[in-house]
Design a binder for this molecule. Structure first.
Ligand code: SAM
Length: 289
């Protein structure tokens, strides 16, 4: 632990010359790396504290801040962790930093499942840090969750994240392409969820440096029209889902109608486009009949 006074910490913050839009990132850095939350810092402004125990020194925070400003390295990679829903997950540059809009996928899945005591087989295809799979596995020990990713480093990290949060064995990770590691579960899956790479290649080329230079391209680039992986997931889904099983996909802002058509052509019914908090048709769900 590194001891500073609350005045020293506040002075350090005041001496950092940030653009207004980077202010949130500065507080996130102090929170994730230093272990001091924004609300604690605000409370120091009202009542100062002689000793604040930080996980790293102010010098270390300064160096990390410089790395964020100059190389645009995301704070979550600098601190190796991120908040997602009620979880604190380890992340590294083999996995996407799970996004806030994806949090809703859990609520949509929970809406489809009326009974948490029912035995269910759920899959998370392209699990990355394990965010979706872990959230669901923690909700009910009656649900068996199977998560896949093509990237072995992602599978390793997701496994580590789950072990830190649970002693249960209701979540299994597999390395391989989309459904392929799940052959023995063909026809048995109740709900399949995926937030696949869906950004069209041309759009990917113009993403910000903080994304393009740091986050894995394999997690984001969805080929020419962005639908390369989505097409494969939907086409193969009928082999793996139970009759009446659900497929729940996240998609790019303008892809939902195309997903709906793809689902219709592959034997899905009850297809619905669900809007995210910005009113964008971000999720498409369908039931295999
Ligand atoms: C958009 S990220 C989603 C990660 C995580 N589920 C989340 O929501 O934060 C897509 C994930 O798909 C994985 N992926 C890419 N191609 C794949 C493939 N052919 N088969 C399985 N996973 C793949 C990437 O490694 C990445 O972890």
């Amino acid at each position: 632990m590194f001891e500073v006074s609350s005045e020293e910490l506040i002075l350090w913050i005041q001496n950092i010359k940030t653009e207004e839009e980077d202010r949130d990132s500065l507080y996130l850095l102090i929170d994730l790396l230093g272990g001091i939350s924004r609300s604690e810092i605000y409370s120091f402004k009202i009542k100062s504290q002689k000793v604040v125990n930080m996980k790293v020194s102010l010098d270390y925070l300064s160096k990390s801040w410089a790395e964020f400003i100059h190389n645009k390295t995301p704070i979550q990679y600098l601190s190796s962790c991120c908040y997602w829903r009620d979880l604190n997950l380890e992340v590294n540059n083999h996995v996407l930093i799970p996004r806030i809009e994806t949090e809703q996928i859990i609520d949509i899945a929970l809406n489809l499942i009326s009974d948490s005591t029912k035995e269910l087989l759920i899959t998370d295809l392209g699990t990355g840090s394990g965010a979706i799979a872990i959230s669901l596995a923690l909700k009910s020990s009656h649900w068996k969750v199977l998560a896949t990713d093509i990237e072995q480093n992602a599978v390793n990290l997701a496994t580590k994240n789950f072990k830190k949060l649970s002693n249960s064995n209701n979540l299994k990770f597999f390395c391989g392409t989309w459904w392929q590691p799940l052959k023995k579960y063909a026809g048995k899956i109740d709900i399949a969820i995926s937030n696949p790479p869906y950004i069209p290649s041309k759009v990917y080329k113009n993403l910000s440096i903080s994304v393009k230079n740091h986050e894995p391209q394999i997690a984001l680039n969805g080929g020419d029209d962005g639908l390369l992986h989505i097409r494969e997931i939907i086409k193969e889904a009928p082999k793996y889902l139970k009759k009446d099983g659900w497929l729940l996909l996240e998609n790019h802002f303008d892809q939902a109608q195309k997903l709906k058509t793809l689902m219709l052509h592959n034997g899905f019914e009850s297809i619905e486009i669900i809007k995210d908090m910005n009113g964008i048709g971000r999720f498409t769900i369908g039931r295999y009949k």
